[in-house]
Every structure is written in structure tokens, then in C-alpha cells.
Write a protein that binds this ligand. Sequence first.
Ligand SMILES: [Zn+2]
Length: 58
Amino acid sequence: MPDERESAASPEQHLTDIRERGSFVSAHCRCGWRGPARRARARAQADATAHEPPARAL
Ligand SMILES: [Zn+2]
């Protein structure tokens, strides 16, 4: 499986994804941030959304 760590995206950019671990899900960001483990995927997604700056919406 290829690793996408060599992406051309800026390291300053926050890019989150949701990872499942056992019965918990947590948000991870390429900046190193990691959200708390949640029982609901929607909660982890909310953590990720709250972490990412809403710059693109402006
Ligand atoms: Zn981040």
C-alpha cells in the first residue's frame, strides 16, 4: 500500500482524516494533531472540522 506522506501539499495545511481504532474513532491531522477517541464517527468528524481552520470558506 503506497504511503502518501510525500504529498506536494503544504505542511502548514491541515488535512484531517477519521481513523477507527477498535470500537472508537478519532480524528487525525497531518500537522500532528489528534482528536480524542469517540464512540461515534460523527463526533470525531466534528472534532476534525473544529480543528481545521475555515480559511477556504472565506
Ligand atoms: Zn492540523
